[in-house]
Design a protein around this ligand. Structure first.
Ligand SMILES: NC(=O)c1ccc[n+]([C@@H]2O[C@H](COP(=O)([O-])OP(=O)(O)OC[C@H]3O[C@@H](n4cnc5c(N)ncnc54)[C@H](OP(=O)(O)O)[C@@H]3O)[C@@H](O)[C@H]2O)c1
Length: 264
């Protein structure tokens, strides 16, 4: 029987699904978290069938108050110790800040920032008490720049990158045994890139996108290898290099013009 267990938020789709598959291949039992319980049950059954691991499904809406605390309490009550936390669930809304609904933007901040921070807090303490654990937080290439028309989204991801780097340093300095990594994917071929529920559509050529599988593989490998910031793919690494060369003012102008041209 496996004694390693990973919890993946946003496990019902996209990059989250691939995290689950990769972790299952590596022998982790899984706790699958997202809103759609039926979808999670299907994913869990398929993973159990393919890899012989145990899957526990917890349906949770991480935009609700106290969702992270309730999830932590739930795993504790079921004696589900978590060795690897993947804070993957995230929301994106495209468009002018003043034209998007305030409620949607608040939800984005709650899921992308608040839930991720609370889950990191709760499970980092728990892992530190056992002197072992991994936390992989989903930032984005968007964390490296201000993005007009993805204003709040990019700011939430800048928070995730900064927060994860600082937390990783603290955990390391305290010899806690807990590794914290931020994964910064660029455009990745998932529903997030083509979702009518998320405001304006950003048109990106298919050859500019990585597969969700390659992104997830790079994240798990990087985190297990002790990398604090993981940028998957050569093109994305080049892009982070360019963001370092340009002033923030120039970069924001260039990115703003690109997004206005390619969004409708
Ligand atoms: N795709 C990209 O180009 C890209 C690039 C950089 C970073 N990222 C980041 O990578 C992560 C995964 O993105 P993705 O592209 O795989 O997105 P996705 O295909 O849209 O999947 C999002 C996942 O999050 C879950 N989710 C959404 N809202 C939730 C909520 N309120 N509570 C709980 N779960 C919720 C969804 O499941 P339910 O609907 O069942 O709840 C789904 O499983 C995100 O953090 C995203 O910001 C993506």
């Amino acid at each position: 029987m496996s004694n390693k267990r990973a919890l993946v938020t946003g496990a019902s789709d996209g990059i989250g699904l691939e995290f689950c598959d990769i972790l299952a291949t590596r022998g982790y039992d899984l706790v699958l978290v997202a809103r759609r319980k039926d979808k999670l049950n299907q994913v869990g059954a398929a993973l159990t069938h393919r890899h012989g691991i145990t899957c526990t499904v917890i349906a949770a809406d991480l935009s609700k108050p106290q969702a992270a605390q309730q999830l932590f309490q739930h795993t504790n009550e079921q004696h589900l110790k978590i060795d690897f936390l993947v804070n993957n669930a995230g929301l994106l809304h495209n468009g002018f800040f003043t034209e998007l609904s305030l409620a949607e933007q608040e939800r984005m901040i709650t899921v992308n920032v608040l839930a991720l921070t609370s889950l990191s807090y709760l499970y980092a303490n728990d892992m530190a008490s056992r002197h072992k654990g991994y936390i992989l937080n989903l930032a984005s290439l968007a964390a490296w720049m201000a993005i007009p028309n993805q204003n709040v989204y990019a700011a939430t991801k800048a928070y995730v990158l900064s927060f994860s780097q600082a937390l990783g340093n603290e955990m390391n300095a305290a010899n806690s045994g807990v590794m914290v990594s931020a994964l910064c994917p660029g455009y990745t071929a998932t529903k997030m890139m083509d979702n009518p529920e998320q405001g304006a559509k950003l048109h990106i050529a298919a050859n500019m996108m990585m597969s969700a599988k390659a992104v997830a593989e790079s994240g798990i490998r990087g985190c297990l290898a002790g990398k604090s910031v993981i940028v998957p793919g050569v093109a994305n690494k080049l892009a982070t290099g360019i963001t370092r060369l340009l002033s923030k003012t120039v970069l924001t102008r260039l990115v703003g013009s690109f997004y206005r041209k390619n969004m409708d």
